[in-house]
Structures are given as C-alpha cells and as structure tokens.
Ligand binder design. Sequence first.
Ligand SMILES: [Fe+2]
Length: 260
Amino acid sequence: MHLVQLAERHIMIFIPEKEYNELHNQNLVPLNININVNDFLSDMIEYDSFFKQWGDKFTDLPRYGLPLVNKNGRLDNDPEPVCWPLDRWNFVNLGYNDTPEDFTKFYKDIQNNINTDKLELEIDFTEPTSALNMKSLEPLNEIKKYMVRSCILKWNIKAHFKPHYDTWHPVRWLRLWGTTNPDGMYLRFKSEDTTDGFCMWNETTKEHEIYKAEKNIEPGRLYLINTLKWHDAFAFKDDVYQFFIALNVDSYDHLLHGTI
Ligand SMILES: [Fe+2]
C-alpha cells in the first residue's frame, strides 16, 4: 500500500509545456494579489538606501534593485546577483568573452542545452531578506513559501530592458510581475501582429521585431507573466517601481486554483 502510494505521488520538478501554456493563457494573467501603492511607497522611504545599481552594464541607466529573496538574506551583498540580469551574471561567470558575438553564442548554447547545468537559476536563490517583511508586502504572505529569486525594481526616466526572455523549457520557475506606475512605463511583448506596436531591433536574433505594449495594467496588482516570450520594457517617468518575483514550481496548484 505504502509503495503504491509512493509511486503515485507526483513531485513536479518542471512544468510541462501543456500545463505552462494553459496557465499562461495571456501575456499577463491578473492575480488576486494587490499591493497598496501608497503604503508601499511609504515603506520605500526606509529602504531607499538599500537599492543597488542593476547589473554591471548600462550603468548610466537609472535602474535599481532591492533584494527580496537572495542567497543569504543580506541586503549588503556586493556584488548581488539578484540585482543583475541573471543571463548577464551567468555569461560573465561562465567565462565567455565579453563581446556581442559571445553573448549571442551564450544564448544559443542555452537553447542547445550546452552548459545549462552550470547556470545559476532563479530557484537557487531561496533566502528571504528583511525587506520581504515590510508591511505593504503582506499580500504576498500566501506565496512567500514559494518565492525564489525576487526583488523590487526602481526605474527612472529612460531605464529599460532590451528584448529578452527569462525562462525556457523545461520551465523550473514561474514569474510574477507588477508595477506601482503603469502610466510611467511600457511592458511590451513580441507580437506576430504587424498592424500595431513598436519596431525593435533584437540583438540576439538579429532581426527587427514588433513589440506591443500591454494595456489596462492596474497599479499594485500582481500578474503571472509569460517570460518565455520575448519582451522588453521602458520607463518614461521617474519612480517606477516593479515587483519582480519568481516562484518555484510548487506554486503551480496555488496559481492554477488559488489566486487567479
Ligand atoms: Fe524579463
């Protein structure tokens, strides 16, 4: 009896393509998790000095990160990989030459499953920092147990992310996203529809592509975001905060049944 039960118990280590697609039935799936923007902005006064410049490149851009879940729970790590694009962190630490050609090779290697066992992944970051305890983030309480690499992003005018994607099959984490100020930024996904959108140069695919901005984003609401698709983002106002939250796959049932 016990043996049968054990054999039938299914432990998910990745989310199969069919389940992933069903869950991400649109680019941004609204969740019933809402962060009060005014309360959050008040909490930010206390944490302002803990934001770090995002990554080691484009440091002229006003992009800052505050760790919520990292490797050791500290807010003073330097460097802090949670506040780097993780692809850039892996690229630098795996010893590729710092050239655009090698960065393209790095992306192609991932697609071909080369070196992927050496990558640091979102799920390798599991320790909450004190910033996760701020009062305005209490709406996250139900999902805190699933949270892996997560941070708050703070962007000012001209901060942006170029076209990229953040996950690939087999999918081992899910990503939530939200912003305090949807009128101060664009979040855009690559679109096959060429009748509307922005033409962007994709440095990795070496193609011009159409990116379309998401509409009707509510301030403070969290969304399940499909970061398997190419996307980019741009701030055209100051003080645009974004919730940048990864969840391990144990959150699958909760997201499927609990919060949507
Ligand atoms: Fe992204």
